[in-house]
Design a protein around this ligand. Sequence first.
Ligand code: ARG
Length: 395
Amino acid sequence: MRVVLAYSGGLDTSAILALLREQGHEVITVTVSVGQEEELKGVEEKAYKLGAAKHYTIDATREFAEEYIARAIKANALYEGKYPLGTALARPLIAAKVAEVAKREGADAVAHGCTAKGNDQVRFDTVLRYYLGDEVEILAPVRQLRLTREEAAKILARHGIDVGVHKKYSIDENLWTRSIEGDVLDDPLAEPPEDAFAWTVAPEKAPDEPLYLEVGFENGVPVSVNGERMDLVKLVSLLNRLVGAHGYGRIDHIENRVVGLKSREVYEAPAALALIEAHRDLEKMVYTPRELRFKNMVDEMWTDLVYQGLWVEPLRVALEKAIDWLNQWVTGVVKLKVYKGSLRVVGRWSSNSSYSRSLIDYNEGWYPSDEEARGFITIWSMHSLAAAKARGLRG
Ligand code: ARG
C-alpha cells in the first residue's frame, strides 16, 4: 500500500514509519510546521533514514496564526476556563494538509500516531474522513497495537535510531501552546517540576521590574505591541518570549477529555493567556451587557466543538458568524502589567466604547433625579418582590 504518514519526527511516528516499512508499505511522510521550534531539516533526514519514499515539509505557521489562532482569540477560547486549545487547534490544520498530500499522491491509506486514550485521534480521524471519505483507509498503529513508548524505542533501535525514551514527558508544541504530559505530571497532587517548563521562567526567578505592554487590537485581532505593527506570527512569538520571561503563562489543569477520562494537563502559553485576557477586557469596553452574555455562551460552544474534535461541525461556522460580527467593533488598546508570574490589565481604550467618564462620575454631569431613580427601582424589582411575597420567602 501507499501510505501517507503524519510525521512529527518524534518517538511514536518514527516507530510507525519503521513498522510500516517492515510491513512492506511505501511510506510518504508529511511534517506540518505550526510554529514548533524543532529542526525541520533533521526531521526530513530521519524520515529518509527510516525508509520514507518521499518527504513533505509544509510550513503552515502563517495559516495557523491567521485562520486558527485569530479565531481562538476572537472566541476567547479557553477550554474549561483554562486551556487555550493549542494542540486541539492545530490538529485539524495538520490533518487537512496530510489529506491534501494523500490526494495528490493517490494514497491507499493515511496514518497517524495517536493513542486510543486521547483526543487527538478524534480530531485527526474526523477531519481526515471529511476530506478523504471512506476510500482511503486510516491507520493508527499505536492505537491498534497498543504500542508503548518502550516498544516504540525498541523498534527504532532495530533501525539504529535512538529517539530517546529518556525524554520524560510527551510534549506537543506549536506557536500557541506547549502541552506537557506524562511522568510525574500524571500525579495530580504533585507539583510540576521545573524541568517540565521551557517557555516560562519560574516566577520566583522572574525580574524584579514589572513589564508593561500595550497591545493594539483591530476587529478583535491583535495587530501591534507598544505601537509597533506586526503580523500575528511575529506578535505571538514576541509575547511568548517577553511574557514568559516574567514567569507568566503556566497552566495546571484537570481536564475532561472527549474519551471519558479526566487528565492532569500542564501547559505553557504566555502569549495566548495574555492576548485572551486583553481581548476579553476590550470586549467588555465595547459590548452591551446582553452582547457580552451572549458572547460568553457562543465562545464556550465554539471552544467545546474545537476541543472535542468537531472542527467540521457546521455549527462552528455559524458561531463564527456571530463571533466575527461582534468582533468588528473590538478595536482599541489594552495595557498589561506582567510581574513575577502574574498578569493584569491595567488600562484600556476603544473608540467604539460606550464608556463615558462624565456619565459615571459621581460629582458632575448627568445625574438621575430621586424620582427617576425610585421609579426605575420600583418597576425593576416588581417581579421579584411580588413572587417573594407570594411564597412567603424569608432571609
Ligand atoms: N490535552 C490536550 C488536548 O487534548 C493536549 C494533548 C497533547 N498531546 C500530546 N500529544 N502530547 O488538546
